[in-house]
Design a protein around this ligand. Structure first.
Ligand SMILES: NC(=O)c1ccc[n+]([C@@H]2O[C@H](COP(=O)([O-])OP(=O)(O)OC[C@H]3O[C@@H](n4cnc5c(N)ncnc54)[C@H](O)[C@@H]3O)[C@@H](O)[C@H]2O)c1
Length: 355
């Protein structure tokens, strides 16, 4: 299939506008329409995007414009109806925001629908395009930290915002070896009713089939990343090998100790920097099946399985085997399980979110 590819974007919040702007700026795409239920956001988008069709009726516009790429950027609980609409539209590829879903039940339904329809899909774990993320991956791949035995990810933001990012990039550092089992614990009920429904704090381990151990620490109890002042970007994501380590700080560059000594460099997460290559590789995949997108659905879906298994371990106790074999509503189960005790904070400044 040859471009330029016709794209529509549904949802004109922060990320919808990022996606629409990136598609609009690329000669490999033609942004043919944007939809939002919110008229103010639609007007703001039209002012920024220039000559593009706008509507509050995504369904009618989709039927009329028949996009090659259907993109949607909606809150985490809004997924399946838009997957259905995208598949009905005949689009070749669906691009949507992380997380894949909030529950494994919805994630599995999405997976089945995509498989049955034979539609490609990508999920926006685009931080990986940051130069500091790529640097860490290149150090790991060069062998400079020896044989990798552990990967790790921490974030002060809560899980439905941050955990799928941590899992995806650590899996990348571990060459996407599949997880075998997961065990976790959680605390704090405050964010269970948030638009990004999550326990206030979740921590746990993943055993990957290649023997590598993953550890995750996400939310109110996560450790500080002291050199990063911006609260949302206090994320430490790295790999440890038998000769050193390399890690990225989302808002503060990269660090490594390798057999060549101590090294560090700059970098911070930047949507303007990360979105162009993200959409460019969508076009690559549309043109050539042999160039699957690095942020393809299968990888993100495995990340959802890991997150869901962490939650199931909280609820059921013990280790949870992967892959998951049946869907569940893990958030409903966490609401029944997590004790009504105030979460203990690592950072005083986190009180503004978890107070
Ligand atoms: N990849 C990243 O770096 C990154 C960063 C921030 C947010 N996100 C994710 O992006 C998604 C959207 O976040 P945001 O910050 O853009 O949110 P937002 O609140 O700014 O925008 C959400 C948009 O969805 C629309 N919407 C809500 N319900 C809808 C429905 N039922 N049907 C159609 N449209 C609907 C809203 O009108 C709004 O325009 C979330 O899943 C979030 O986790 C990803």
């Amino acid at each position: 299939m040859k471009g330029p590819y016709r794209v529509i974007v549904v949802g004109m919040g922060k990320r919808g506008l990022h996606h629409a702007s990136a598609f609009k700026a690329s000669p490999r795409f033609q942004l043919v329409g944007v939809a939002s239920r919110d008229q103010q956001r639609l007007s703001a988008a039209a002012a920024k995007l220039g000559d593009v069709r706008t509507t509050s009726d995504a369904r009618a516009m989709t039927a009329e414009l028949k996009p090659d790429v259907f993109c949607f950027c909606t809150p985490p609980a809004v997924r399946l109806p838009l997957i259905d609409l995208a598949i009905q539209s005949g689009a070749q590829l669906i691009a949507f925001e992380k997380p894949v879903a909030v529950t494994s039940a919805e994630g599995m339904a999405i997976k089945e629908k995509l498989q049955n329809a034979g539609v490609k899909a990508v999920v926006s774990h685009q931080h990986r395009y940051g130069d500091h993320y790529r640097k860490v991956k290149s150090i790991v791949d060069s062998g400079a930290i020896g044989k990798v035995h552990s990967v790790y990810g921490t974030a002060t933001g809560w899980a439905t915002h941050m955990l799928s990012h941590l899992v995806d990039y650590t899996c990348w550092f571990n060459d996407y070896a599949p997880g075998e089992w997961v065990m976790g614990q959680a605390a704090g009920r405050g964010k269970l009713t948030d638009s990004h429904a999550s326990p206030d704090y979740v921590a746990g381990v993943v055993h990957f089939k290649n023997g590598v151990r993953g550890s995750y620490d996400c939310g109110a109890g996560a450790p500080d990343v002291a050199d990063v002042p911006y609260w949302w970007r206090k994320c430490r994501i790295g790999a440890q090998g038998d000769e050193g380590f390399a890690e990225v700080h989302t808002g503060g560059g990269w660090r490594a100790v390798t057999r060549d000594g101590v090294q560090s460099g700059p970098g911070t997460m930047d949507y303007d920097h990360d979105m162009p290559p993200y959409v460019d590789e969508i076009a690559d995949w549309l043109e050539d099946d042999a160039k699957p997108h690095p942020a393809r659905f299968d990888r993100a879906y495995h990340g959802l399985e890991i997150v869901s298994a962490l939650y199931r371990s909280v609820v059921e106790g013990g280790q949870i085997a992967l892959p998951l074999t049946g869907g569940a509503d893990e958030i409903a189960a966490l609401k029944r399980k997590i004790p009504d005790r105030k979460v203990l904070l690592t950072l005083p400044e986190s009180a503004k979110e978890y107070g």
